[in-house]
Each structure stands twice: as structure tokens, then as C-alpha cells.
Design a protein around this ligand. Structure first.
Ligand code: ADP
Ligand code: MG
Length: 286
């Protein structure tokens, strides 16, 4: 039978806008040693916008045309800024989670996605674009690349707002003795800029969805109890592999389906409160 304490706690959580899918997760919380945060959409709001770009004329519109098929927040920023629908002759679009999109524009193969991934697919960019990308990265922006078979066409700086409570939440969790890590698919520069701003010391950048899960597994093998907070399409596997998983309410269905707790109103400050409630439940059970 479900202990009364769990029922009471679940009610308490729902009053705070937290949906609890699994009662046992409350007990697991009190043993947590590490919390892993995703970046975009989790520590940041996930409403990305294009800040600047550089490249051939029409590059933004071609990128926007390819991105219309993607649900990634980076894609939304490019679609909003460009004239995607007006670009004819786009076909065969394929999504690569945590990397970007590939497709054909007027029969030519094109890649739009993380700077690193596009460089793997299309080779190193010309000097001018490398310099632009470096400037963008230094400001902490996410750098997106666009290249076709004939070479690079442009780089785009996309930016997001940090959630105002992120720093406070990180501090509260560190005070509980949890190690706080940032694990993101974004570049080292963008990840480090965000981590510095919110006070996270451990940063793992350029992690593909499968790398994120491998990191969590390795920590678990060392005896750690790992909580993961995420929102995105690529966070489903790592949330499913966590000891305790928390998804942002604004996150995609795949993330919410794998989560023990859903932060319905996207309030990160609820996480230490959930941990407190978990401890109270455990005291009642003992
Ligand atoms: P995060 O860990 O920050 O949530 P993801 O794992 O979803 O990031 O993606 C990793 C990186 O891959 C992003 O920072 C972005 O640069 C790039 N990326 C992924 N999907 C797309 C896309 N559709 N268009 C452009 N870039 C993308
Ligand atoms: Mg995310």
C-alpha cells in the first residue's frame, strides 16, 4: 500500500505546480549525490533569438528553410528571423538529434547545425567565418553553421536568456551537498559562459545525447545517485537513465514522459523544495 506520507507529499507538490509520477522517487531524492542540468530550455528560458549572423546573401533564408522541419529551439530562432517559407526547392530533410538538420536545397546537399557538426560534415570553414564564429562564441552565444557541398555559407549567433532563479537554485542544491554539473550539447565557450553566470563549477560541453547518458551511467557505477533536469528531445534517454528525473513543463513530450517530476510552471526553485518534501516523507516512513 502507498504510505499516507507519500499521498500527502504528492498533494503538497501539486499545490506547488509539481506533478509527481512516481512516489518512490521522493525517497530516492534524499540519497542524491549529484544533480545534472541541461542548458538550453532548462537553465535558460528556451526562447532563442538570432543576435547576429555572417555569410553569403540568402544564407539565413536557406538555413530557415531547412530548420522548418526541426523542433529544436535553435531552429525556431532561425525560422523566426529568416524567410524560410519563401525558399523553394527544399527536400529530403532529415533531423540529427543534438546535431542539426540535413537536406537538399535545389538538389545540393546542405547541413545546418552545431558549428562542430557542420565542420565534421563539410570540412573546416574559411578564415573569415572562423573569426566570426570565435567572436560569437566568446560572447557566450550558441554558434550555428550552414554549409553545402560547395562549402560554408554562414554562421549564426543564437542567444537565450538565463532563468533569473538559476543561480539561486544552483546554490541551494550545492548547499545540500549535491555536486552540480552542467551537461550540454552546446560548445565549450557557450557552456562555460552560462556556468560562470550561475555558479556551476563542473561543465561537460559538446555532449551528444548518447554521451550524456554514458556520463550518468559512469557516475552511477561509482556509487553516485544522480538526479537529471532536462527539457529537450535529446534529454529523453538521459532522463530515463537517471535515478531521479525532473522535466520542465514547457519541455517536449519525450522529456516529460521519462520524468519522475514535472515542473509544470518551469520553476527551477521548486527543486530544493521537492528535495525537502522527499526528506519529510522518508522521516515519516522510518
Ligand atoms: P542542449 O544540451 O543545450 O539542450 P542539444 O543537445 O539539444 O543542446 O543540441 C546540441 C547543439 O546542437 C545545440 O547547441 C545546437 O548548437 C545544435 N543543434 C541541435 N539541433 C539543431 C538544429 N536543428 N539546428 C541548429 N543547431 C542544432
Ligand atoms: Mg535542452
Amino acid at each position: 500500500a502507498t504510505p499516507t506520507a507519500v499521498v500527502v507529499a504528492t498533494g503538497e507538490l501539486s499545490k506547488r505546480g509539481v506533478l509527481s509520477a512516481r512516489g518512490e522517487a521522493l525517497e530516492t531524492l534524499s540519497g542524491v549525490t549529484r544533480v545534472v542540468f541541461d542548458k538550453t530550455g532548462t537553465l535558460t528560458r528556451g526562447r532563442l533569438r538570432l543576435r547576429a549572423w555572417s555569410g553569403e546573401s540568402g544564407a539565413l533564408d536557406r538555413a530557415a528553410a531547412l530548420e522548418q522541419a526541426s523542433e529544436h529551439p535553435v531552429a525556431a530562432a532561425l525560422v523566426e528571423a529568416g524567410d524560410g517559407p519563401e525558399v523553394a526547392g527544399v527536400e529530403g530533410i532529415e533531423n540529427f538529434p543534438g546535431r542539426g538538420v540535413h537536406g537538399r536545397v535545389h538538389g545540393c546537399r546542405c547541413w545546418v547545425g552545431s558549428y562542430g557538426w557542420v565542420a565534421e560534415m563539410a570540412g573546416a570553414p574559411p578564415e573569415g567565418l572562423v573569426r566570426s564564429a570565435e567572436e560569437m562564441a566568446t560572447r557566450g552565444d550558441t554558434v550555428v553553421g550552414l554549409a553545402g557541398e560547395a562549402g560554408w555559407e554562414g554562421v549564426f549567433a543564437v542567444t537565450d536568456e538565463v532563468r533569473p532563479v538559476a543561480g539561486e537554485t544552483v546554490r541551494a542544491l550545492a548547499e545540500r551537498g549535491w555536486t552540480v554539473s552542467l551537461v550540454t550539447g552546446d560548445s565549450e565557450a557557450a557552456a562555460q559562459a552560462l556556468a560562470d553566470g550561475v555558479g556551476i563549477e563542473e561543465v561537460y560541453a559538446a555532449q551528444r545525447p548518447e554521451d550524456k547518458l554514458a556520463l550518468v551511467r559512469a557516475w552511477q557505477e561509482q556509487g553516485e545517485v544522480v538526479a537529471v533536469v532536462g527539457d529537450g528531445l535529446n534529454d529523453g534517454p538521459v532522463l530515463a537513465g537517471a535515478d531521479v528525473s525532473l522535466a520542465m513543463g514547457a519541455g517536449v513530450q519525450a522529456a516529460r514522459a521519462s520524468a519522475d517530476f514535472i515542473l509544470l510552471s518551469n520553476r527551477l526553485e521548486r527543486i530544493p523544495e521537492i528535495a525537502d518534501i522527499g526528506e519529510a516523507v522518508l522521516e515519516n516512513i522510518r
